[in-house]
Write a protein that binds this ligand. Sequence first.
Ligand code: ATP
Ligand code: MG
Length: 419
Amino acid sequence: MSDARDSASIQSADARRNATAIVRKLVNAGYTAYFAGGCVRDHLMGHDPLDYDIATNARPKQILELFPRAQAVGESFGVMLVQHRGYCVEIATFRTEGVYSDGRHPDSVSFSDAEHDAQRRDFTINGMFEDPLNDEVIDYVGGRADLEKRVIRGIGDPHARLREDRLRMLRAVRFAARFEFSIDADTADAIRTGAEQLQGVSRERIGQEVRRMLTNTNRAVAAWEMQYLGLDRVVLEEENMTVAPTRVGRLPDRTPYAAVLVAWLLDRHELKHPELEALRVVLAQWSGSLVFSNADYAESTRCLEVYIVLRDSWNTIGVASQKRLAASEHFPHALAVYQTLDRPGFIDVKRRVQELAETELAPTPLITGEDLIRIGLTPGPEFRRILDAVYDTQLEGGINDRDEALALAQALTNGGLES
Ligand code: ATP
Ligand code: MG
């Protein structure tokens, strides 16, 4: 592990050197240039940033003169992307933003200076600059003090700032959870009173923010904050709930998003509606509200289904079904979710899986469809059923070699599956 950490910090030092070289080039050409935003915050916190953003008074055309291969970034206003020695660095001209009439984007943007550029940023801890050539932090917004106090505070009037861009409400929660910071009281009030306004933000962006929050190890804090601030109503398009997301909090660190969603869904709904069908309906609603990818939806549905088996019927489903389930792709995630409900039950399941694994969970089938053709069967729906039945018997240890498997297939063909 220390090797991994060493290599991460070597890479980060390299990213920093690279970004410093870009600042130096701008400064040598007579411009002001600083590191800006998240990388300054992370550096001051002793984390190792990999992404560096640079803010400068050079205009996009002038940036292009110095970095001819720079590319304009998407729809953003003159942000240039410079690729240098394998790193991508964004260089943005200091700017001021005009009014926001759509609750998400400014109607106009104009070039300005560092101080105004700091004012347009979201939270004080994200609003600092760093001059890497003189090893100096330039802080117009009190970001350093808030880093020390471990607080997320909107720059300027939080009500106005959150009204301008409503996504900032979710960003506040994401940063607070990620760094284990509190949200300043005025900023929290602004979120609570403005929570309904999140409605105007696109469902895709909301879904992206939620995914980022819930895949972080501090995901339970994020879920809790969203509920506490009333954002869950808009995020999940259902009632505000204050039940503690304890199941989310008990998940292992590296649980995939799909399983986290299932755990949160159970936190919120299982007590009232424990049946699979009811939970599946909620999951389908969430899938729309959070704009799940097809994979998210398939994985979370499967995870929920396997969880329900673990909760309700694992001990009665028989060896073949237990083996099939234990060998399935989503089993570990469903088990991680189950573990948040019933720790002793979880330990029993783990023990049972170990036992089952002694005779292989997913051995190669003794016979295939070709064998069935050879014994005179025509491919059809019957095929699958016979193969499944033979494989189940194999999993249960009822047959041990090809000959026994073929004999069983023959018997099933002659006698029908019912017998
Ligand atoms: P992360 O490590 O999550 O990328 P970050 O602080 O770099 O954190 P970004 O979303 O990459 O966050 O944005 C870079 C900077 O741009 C922020 O630090 C902040 O100063 C500013 N910023 C980003 N989004 C907004 C926003 N919606 N409103 C105001 N300022 C923003
Ligand atoms: Mg960033």
